[in-house]
Design a protein around this ligand. Structure first.
Ligand code: CO8
Length: 259
């Protein structure tokens, strides 16, 4: 599959890196890029050899938001009918394999929201996060008003969304928006290393762990803990559980098969 606005690479078995590639517009998310990203996600979802994705941009920008030039003259009817971000948003919300966002430079507006749709964010020291839509007379529209407060708390989310100020990588790490900050020249190396580690685990256990952490944002504590207990028990139906525990006892590396 070839794309005009994405570069897709397989740096290591089981790991696919999807790089947003519209350098002339700081990777602004236009209809073509979003369509291609939806296709790339569909390809990765059904390919059993893909165990973990890394979504990244350039050194200068992960993505500077939705494409303002493409969007500016649209009518309400056009925005409603095309549902521009719906297909990618829904795919990412329901994607069963892990997606790591590797963010360098600007992650603004829809770019910040795209990063938050991933399972965790690794940031380079140059990363800057923001929801500056208020400057345009609009608001976040791909989940920012909901995911940012869950990630960083109400006060900081309100501050960022109402004042449009950007957060640097150190603040984003302190606030819990990103899992770790790494030197800019090590960003892809670190993100791919994390993806390789995940790709080597039992894919079944990975999917269940991901499902349960996401459930923490949707359910009560009691329901979430009950779901966790049931899924923990169910893992004992898989060969991978036997292999993982036998390998520990035998002092060897496990060879998970996804069965
Ligand atoms: N859309 C289109 N083009 C963009 C965008 C964008 N979001 N961001 C940057 N560009 C373009 C610039 O227009 C410029 O193009 P040109 O060279 O042709 O003039 C090029 O990229 C380089 O940008 P700058 O010259 O501005 O670079 P600077 O380093 O001076 O500034 C900034 C970088 C600070 C990132 C600046 O470009 C900026 O403020 N960009 C806009 C950020 C923004 O407002 N993002 C939010 C967009 S709205 C949004 O994301 C809503 C999402 C929800 C939609 C849901 C719909 C259902």
């Amino acid at each position: 599959m070839s794309y005009e606005t994405l570069i897709v690479e397989i740096p290591s078995a089981g790991v696919t890196v999807i790089r947003l590639n519209r350098p002339e517009a700081l990777n602004a998310l236009n209809a073509q890029l979003l369509g291609e990203l939806a296709t790339a996600l569909d390809v990765a979802e059904v390919d059993d050899s893909v165990r973990c994705l890394v979504l990244t941009g350039s050194d200068r920008a992960f993505a500077a938001g939705a494409d303002i030039k493409e969007m500016s003259d649209k009518s309400y009817a056009q925005m409603f009918a095309t549902d521009m971000f719906g297909p990618v948003g829904r795919r990412m919300e329901h994607f069963r394999k892990p997606i790591i966002a590797a963010v360098s430079g600007f992650a603004l507006g829809g770019g910040c929201e795209l990063a938050m749709l991933c399972d965790f964010i690794i940031a380079s020291e140059t990363a800057r996060f923001g929801q500056p839509e208020i400057n345009l007379g609009v608001m976040p529209g791909i989940g920012g008003t909901q995911r940012l407060p869950r990630a960083v708390g109400k006060s900081k989310a309100m501050d960022m969304i109402l004042t449009a100020r950007m957060m640097d990588a150190a603040e984003a790490e302190r606030a819990g928006l990103v899992s770790r900050v790494v030197p800019a020249d090590k960003l892809i190396e670190e993100a791919v290393a994390a993806a390789v580690k995940i790709a080597g685990q039992s894919p079944l256990a990975v999917m269940m762990n991901k499902e349960l952490v996401n459930a923490a944002f949707e359910t009560t504590l009691a329901t979430g803990v009950r779901m966790e207990r049931r899924l923990f028990h169910s893992l004992f139906a898989f060969e991978d559980q036997k292999e993982g525990m036998a390998a520990f006892i035998d002092k060897r590396k496990p060879a998970f098969t996804g069965k």
